[in-house]
Design a binder for this molecule. Sequence first.
Ligand SMILES: [Cu+2]
Length: 94
Amino acid sequence: MKSIWLSLALVLLTGSALAAPQTVRLSVPTMDCPVCPITIKKALLQVAGVSQAQVNFERREALVTFDNARTHVDALVRATAGAGYPSTVTERQP
Ligand SMILES: [Cu+2]
């Protein structure tokens, strides 16, 4: 068990192609009340591979960090659309 965590830590530290964290900014223009970000955040965190989702109501955008070996930006866009909020990618890092 310990070795599993050790290799996981190594993968995270080396940023191997197997698990490279990536952050994207999504524009979500149809948010219209302060509850919308909660719904969107839940939908994003349900996507396997997503580790972080910060949704900003004032800016109508979501900042999502995910493991690009486990999911893809298209899945994030589908997740927000599925929750009732179509989104578009405005920025990718790295
Ligand atoms: Cu709302």
